[in-house]
Design a protein around this ligand. Structure first.
Ligand code: NOJ
Length: 561
């Protein structure tokens, strides 16, 4: 790639908004579209180019909007279609693009297609979903739901099981059915015609199920990871995505990112190849799965950090392997992952700001399109004040039901510790705007308890402090926009075994960047032979002390090579 042929989405920075938790404009305790609109100038001030909106469609909210009952509607909790159109126009007015969440591996069980499908075996829509007879009175295979328990639900009415890789209320659509696919293309084109700027595609790596739906070959007791290994990257997934490209995506200049659990480098090269036949990029999961529990039965639930060499090895592999062949997405957190500063930096008060800037530096100088999750730009932390009575997330609640109560694999206190480290509600507590009532999120009762640290950590405070995480992120974004090497430069890892400091280079035709990140609370000493003519591009300390790296120090040198 040269600086002449960079595509707009390769230079863009995406800001992810989880509307339910962003800003409530009518005091019902739930964030909404008007609330998003109120803060477009804030996103613009940060400098992001694109907003990714989590699902805003009609939904019974079994999985907070990822169970859609009408793809061409707006959930009244969030507003209505006129408000959406207004938001889109206001965003475009400011030069901001909007990418919508596309959730088509499954629908809600309240979608009219599923209501029809389950009504009788010979209904028109029966084959829009995946139905199977019981085998010896049991589930048709051993697949587990991502949210614990089996992935099949028996339906009395017609005496068959339906597949749900996620919650029971999220039946999987049958992508092998060309009529079903045609219906999806029509729906997508309807959104494209509205002028949206792209799609983030939910679990798109799971849409093609393996022929014959065979049992997954998994270690005994591995409930959580079962379906991923058995289902991801099915035999027709690339065919379906190429069809989608031809029928929908080529109709406009859009950005596409596929959420792709179970996808490795080789798969990613197909999904996100530079040849443009399928998607622009994928969200791969490898780096956020490195700190899973060594016991496969406990899946993601754990509270130990990944070692730095392991993290480097993984992130570097993606940087090296996709360069020139496919495109990376770059993310630390989102609505499904805990807060970046708590997981990779330190949320101790004395280190929070400096380490939030450090983790931002590490990510934003890599090759790929960076994603910032709401609140990351002010260093919001995990929510340790939430207890069992406060959690809302189905993944957390089901983990308790199965791992603690049914399967007795773990006790309540241990799971709570793991949830405080890994649970999705850490990221879903409402956005912290001010130090006032409910952090300025709502005058009503917030749908999910607030993180109790909003008195110190909030947007108002960040905007008033020129050394805040916010202004540092603003600068990271600005540098990406200004310096093509951040988009095009080749990556090179230094000192892979170093357990404290993560250092890499970006190598351009006539210049280099040296990105140095101290991952520890203590001072480190490292000599990288920085050339005398090097200038500091950005740093989270006010001065440069050469080979001495202070706690969580991050700095980037730029020099001619
Ligand atoms: C991934 C989404 O990001 C997550 O929030 C959701 O629970 C699952 N897919 C199922 O749709």
């Amino acid at each position: 790639m040269t600086k002449e042929n960079i595509k707009w989405w390769q230079k863009a920075v995406v800001y992810q908004i989880y509307p339910r938790s962003f800003q409530d404009s009518n005091n019902d305790g739930i964030g909404d579209l008007k609330g998003v609109e109120q803060h477009l100038d804030y996103v613009k001030k940060l400098g992001a180019d694109v907003i990714w909106l989590n699902p805003v469609y009609n939904s019974p909210n079994k999985d907070n909007g990822y169970d859609i009952s009408d793809y061409q509607s707006i959930n009244p909790e969030f507003g209505d279609m006129a408000q959406f159109d207004h938001l889109l126009a206001e965003a475009h007015e400011r030069g901001l693009k909007i990418v919508m969440d596309l959730v088509v591996n499954h629908s809600s069980d309240q979608h009219k297609w599923f209501i029809e499908s389950r009504s009788s075996k010979d209904n028109d829509k029966r084959d829009f979903y995946i139905w199977r007879d019981p085998v010896d009175g049991h589930e048709p295979n051993n697949w587990g739901s991502f949210f614990s328990g089996p992935a099949w639900k028996f339906d009395e009415k017609t005496g068959q099981y339906y597949l749900h890789l996620f919650a029971e209320g999220q039946p999987d659509l049958n992508w092998a059915n060309p009529k079903m696919r045609e219906t999806i293309w029509n729906m997508m084109n309807w959104w494209v015609d509205k002028g949206i700027d792209g799609f983030r595609m939910d679990v798109i790596s799971l849409i093609s199920k393996p022929d014959g739906l065979p049992d997954g070959k998994v270690p005994k007791g591995d409930i959580y990871g079962n379906s991923n290994r058995a289902v991801a990257n099915g035999p027709h997934v690339h065919e379906y995505l190429q069809e989608m490209r031809n029928k929908v995506l080529n109709n406009a200049d859009m950005m596409t990112v596929g959420e792709a659990s179970g996808v490795d480098i080789e798969n990613a090269k197909e999904y996100a190849s530079n040849d443009g036949k399928e998607l622009n990029m994928v969200f791969q999961f490898e780096h956020v799965e490195l700190d899973g529990n060594p016991d496969p039965a406990l899946g993601k639930w754990y509270d130990q950090r990944v070692s730095l060499p392991k993290l480097k090895e993984n992130l570097s592999k993606w940087q090296y392997e996709l360069d020139g062949k496919a495109w990376n997405s770059l993310y630390w957190n989102n609505h499904d992952q805990p807060r970046a500063v708590s997981r990779y930096g330190s949320d101790k008060p004395e280190f929070r700001v400096v380490s939030a800037k450090m983790v931002g530096t590490l990510l934003h100088f890599m090759q790929g399109t960076p994603y910032i999750y709401q609140g990351e730009e002010i260093g919001m932390t995990n929510a340790y004040n939430l207890g069992w009575d406060d959690f809302n997330d189905i993944e957390i609640l089901n983990a308790r039901e199965y791992l603690v109560n049914k399967d007795h694999l773990i006790d309540d206190d241990t799971l709570l510790r793991y949830v405080h480290y890994k649970g999705r509600d850490n990221a879903r507590t409402p956005m912290q705007w001010t130090a006032g009532k409910n952090a300025g999120f709502t005058d009503g009762t917030p749908w999910l308890k607030m993180n109790d640290n909003f008195g110190e950590i909030n947007v108002e405070e960040a905007l008033a402090d020129k050394d805040s995480v916010f202004y540092y992120y603003q600068k990271l974004i600005q540098l990406r926009h200004e310096l093509p090497i951040i988009t095009t430069g080749h990556y090179q890892l230094l000192d892979p075994e170093d357990e404290e400091v993560y250092t890499y280079k970006r190598i351009g035709d006539d210049e280099e960047l040296l990105v140095i990140n101290n991952f520890t609370e203590s001072e480190q000493s490292r000599d990288y032979g920085v050339p005398a003519n090097a200038e500091i591009l950005i740093s989270n300390y006010p001065d440069d002390q050469g080979t001495t790296l202070r706690p969580f120090e991050a700095k980037v040198y730029r020099y001619k090579n």
